[in-house]
Design a protein around this ligand. Structure first.
Ligand code: F1P
Length: 359
């Protein structure tokens, strides 16, 4: 719990603002991290990598699986840890041979630990990525990357989310011997700081001058995981109703909820830009309020965006992935504060979800 003397949301705001510097620390750490080197030497890179997590960490898994395949060319998949516990046949029947990667900020979430136990009993070596040293997860795993500097005081995940995703991108680029991408990761913190400075007033203006009943976050490919995370930040920090969809899927029914007091957040990709912009224009014509996060907006996108955040086009769109998590985090924080809530201590939530009964 944050100290009563500190203002509501103090820690969460600090943690979001620290992300670019945290990412620089993350890349520096990984370059010399002995565990990262061991994973690349010893783990079977050619197998399907199965990224597993809960809550925000499951959404990291979604973005991580997309990044892994895009950067290495190898297959990857993401599942919530509970799927491995409750429907193991569904998971394992379609995965002849796989390399599990368990993602957990706390290294203590019950479902992740139980999933790890199940895999360990099958003598499957585990990769783990966490922000908490010396936790049960590390004791279960064969190889563990620990990013303690990325952990939060707050309940909700912000810099731990982006830093653990960055760690997977770093591993993937190393596995693919993609020196250009690795070098570009080093530039991310500097460009992200500029983007963060530009987007803060946009989100402040959006929250200050609107009152939304519904929130929708849209993304395709690697941005779908980020859209899910953005929707979760709004739910967790502002207790508002929010949903996430693949951008093109929004047309197939959910667009019925579009109204002036519905905010639709578009995480527009470079790959799918023109098709996704058509949805943006359609939603605008239906009277929704739109926030577009784009690499670089053309005139139609500008016309259709009530609020616009341009992050700059990059040679590889996976490079800018972590930066696209920032708008959703700021939206959740500022909306929660406007509603008189304390994002540092969200209603009903705890930092770690532990189940009483082992299943
Ligand atoms: C992740 C998690 C978060 C959620 C809340 C409780 O746990 O479920 O997704 O927002 O903070 O913890 P972890 O396994 O990554 O520690």
């Amino acid at each position: 719990m944050s100290k009563p003397s500190e203002s509501p949301g103090f820690h969460t705001r600090e943690e979001i603002y620290s992300e670019p510097q945290c990412w620089a620390q993350c890349v520096d750490r990984l370059v010399s991290d002995e565990q990262a080197s061991r994973i690349l030497k010893e783990a079977p890179l050619h197998k399907l990598w199965l990224f597993v997590g809960c809550g925000s960490s499951y959404y990291i898994a979604l973005a991580a699986a997309a990044s892994w395949t895009a950067l290495t060319g190898y297959p990857a998949r993401a599942i919530p840890a509970s799927e491995l516990l409750l429907f193991p046949d569904l998971v394992e029947s379609s995965l002849a041979d796989f390399q599990p990667v368990l993602i957990s900020r706390s290294g203590h979430t019950s479902e992740v630990l139980q999933a790890g136990e199940v895999l360990k009993q099958k003598r499957i070596p585990l990769v783990a990525i966490t922000c908490a040293p010396d936790q049960a997860l590390e004791r279960l795993a064969t190889w563990t990357i620990v990013l303690p500097f990325a952990d939060e005081e707050s309940t909700v995940m912000t810099r731990s989310f982006t830093s653990m995703l960055l760690a997977v991108q770093f591993l993937a680029a190393k596995a693919a011997r993609n020196a250009a991408f690795l070098q570009s990761l080093r530039q991310v913190p500097q460009s992200a700081q500029k983007a963060l400075d530009r987007m803060i007033p946009v989100i402040e203006d959006l929250v200050e001058n609107n009152r939304f009943a519904d929130y929708v976050c849209l993304g395709q490919g690697p941005y779908y995981g980020l859209a899910c995370e953005a929707a979760l930040k709004v739910q967790e920090m502002s207790c508002s109703y929010s949903q996430a969809f693949h951008t093109m899927e929004f047309r197939h029914g959910p667009k019925a909820i579009v109204a002036r007091d519905t905010l639709i957040v578009f995480l527009l990709s470079q790959n799918g830009y023109s098709a996704e912009c058509e949805v943006l224009e359609e939603v605008k014509s239906l009277g929704g309020t739109t926030l577009a996060v784009v690499p670089r907006a053309d005139e139609p996108a500008r016309q259709a965006s009530d609020y616009l955040i341009e992050l700059g086009a990059t040679e590889n769109e996976y490079r800018g992935l972590v930066t696209r998590a920032l708008p959703g985090q700021l939206l959740g924080l500022l909306t929660g504060l406007k509603k008189g809530l304390d994002p540092d201590n969200p209603r009903h939530l705890s930092r770690v979800v532990t189940l009483n009964s082992a299943r």
